[in-house]
Write a new protein. Sequence first.
Length: 148
Amino acid sequence: MSIAALYETVVPSTDDARIAKRSSETLARYVTHSLSVRVGNTNDEVELPEGAVRLLVDILVNMAEGNAVTLVPVHAELTTQQTADFLGVSLPFLIRLLEDGAIPYHKVGTHRRVYFEDVRAYKKRVSEERESALNQLTAEAQSMDIGY
């Protein structure tokens, strides 16, 4: 499989979503086990480790819900556009984050590259900060008897 194929986004059709739903329900029973799968009508058998079964179930559940899915290795280098797309922000906003040091990056020639694990860490950190702020606002609203 080429590196480009790792970043290919799969948008499920209606039939794909139906098949993914059925498959995810079947595979979900095996998420805590490795699994041997017979390939098609052949005698070929593929053994899947437990982690791969969990990932496969997650992918199928998302496809069943009609969500587009992209598989990205943790150590992958993303372009700034791929990073902005993953975070759901504009490219200028991302560039500001990079230049402010919120997300580490490095340059390849004149182009910025970001490690996926750094983007994931940033997204987790922002999510935790938002949750903390929301909890604080809720506590303040309760202490003031606002009704939350």
